[in-house]
Write a protein that binds this ligand. Structure first.
Ligand code: HEM
Length: 216
């Protein structure tokens, strides 16, 4: 992704606005899941968070591998950026939380289904955008507060929360503005924009299914 200060007019039908507005209800629903509220209000445990992060490892593995495969595609290139890559941070956290053999922890059906859906977008960069946006813009938004809350609530002072830290991104707000401008500069017709928005809803649904599995 190129970070430039191109001011794109944020009209009602700018892709980034459609994505945000189109997933507002899903976002509220995800925020209010039992899993998320328990986790953020200190009613969960380091063990439960570890299981969850192991699921996210499986999801990001595919998200980042498809991103690398699509990096030469002009659509995916609008958003794919090394500064976002989470695999190393997840590995570091899981080594702290679960030890070097963290890959032996099981990946459940929800993360398996989520990863499979992302893998399908390898041939469809337009849909890949939706998965990229849903995870990384979330990590750069609410995720920033979530990292600090987890650290405090579960005493994770010796590592384990680097997933929420983006050392290569000094100012998340500026980065997110550039990200949205890049999305909005893609030459998409209304039908293509609608496909992206529909897939953002799918991505939120897959996250919610993962949360449901985690609290079950
Ligand atoms: C308790 C959990 C959550 C909290 C407290 C939270 C909080 C927030 C906040 C405050 C923003 C707005 C930041 C801004 O205006 O720059 C935001 C944006 C966002 N969140 Fe979350 N969030 C949560 C869960 C999630 C989940 C589970 C996902 C998806 C996996 C997600 C995806 C997003 C996305 C994609 C955005 C960017 C919206 C946009 O500007 O286009 N969030 N979140």
């Amino acid at each position: 992704m190129t970070v430039t200060a191109t001011p794109e007019p944020l009209t009602q039908d700018a892709l980034s606005s459609l994505m945000r507005e189109g997933s507002r209800a899903e976002h509220t629903s995800a925020e209010n899941t039992t899993f998320m509220t328990d986790l953020l209000e200190g009613r969960s445990s380091v063990e439960a968070y570890t299981v969850f992060l192991r699921q996210l490892a499986a999801v990001y593995e595919v998200l980042e591998s498809v991103g690398r495969d699509l990096a030469g595609d002009p659509v995916a290139a609008a958003v794919v950026d090394d500064a976002l890559m989470r695999a190393e941070a997840i590995d570091a956290d899981l080594r702290v939380l679960a030890g070097d053999d963290w890959r032996d922890l099981p990946v459940g059906p929800a993360a398996t289904a989520y990863a499979a859906r992302i893998a399908e977008t390898r041939d469809d960069a337009v849909l890949y955008l939706a998965h990229h946006y849903t995870r990384y813009l979330g990590d750069l938004s609410g995720g920033q507060a979530i990292g600090r809350i987890l650290q405090r609530a579960y005493g994770l002072t010796d590592g384990g929360v680097s997933f929420y830290e983006f050392p290569a991104i000094a100012k998340p707000k500026i980065f997110k503005d550039a990200y949205r401008a890049n999305l909005d500069a893609l030459p998409f017709d209304d039908e293509t924009k609608a496909r992206v928005v529909a897939e953002v809803k799918v991505a939120f649904g897959l996250n919610e299914a993962l949360f449901a599995e985690m609290s079950a």
